[in-house]
Design a protein around this ligand. Sequence first.
Ligand code: FES
Length: 107
Amino acid sequence: MSEIEFHAVAKTSEIDEDEAMQVIIGRKEIAIYNLGGEFYATDDICTHAYASLADGYIEGELIECPLHAGTFEIKTGKAAGPPCTVDLNTYEVRVDGEDILVGIPTG
Ligand code: FES
């Protein structure tokens, strides 16, 4: 069974509401989202082609890819709108004081 290791990646004050930010953990590119003060994390690279979702647009609970306007559900990573059909991985997020921590499986 793989363990989850939490990495402090950003401060809560660095990501405004309805904004996203790319962070790098090891070799993973992760997007952190602030949805109404709650933080979520998914893979940052769109599953359709190659674009950083942190550069996209948050519409409600969806992130719209900046390249071809496909969408994903931020909370679940589920592909929600064409041309995206492959879901994103999501990651557990914890907030400790001002620190945003993202849980990455170690195994
Ligand atoms: Fe994201 Fe095409 S690269 S929709």
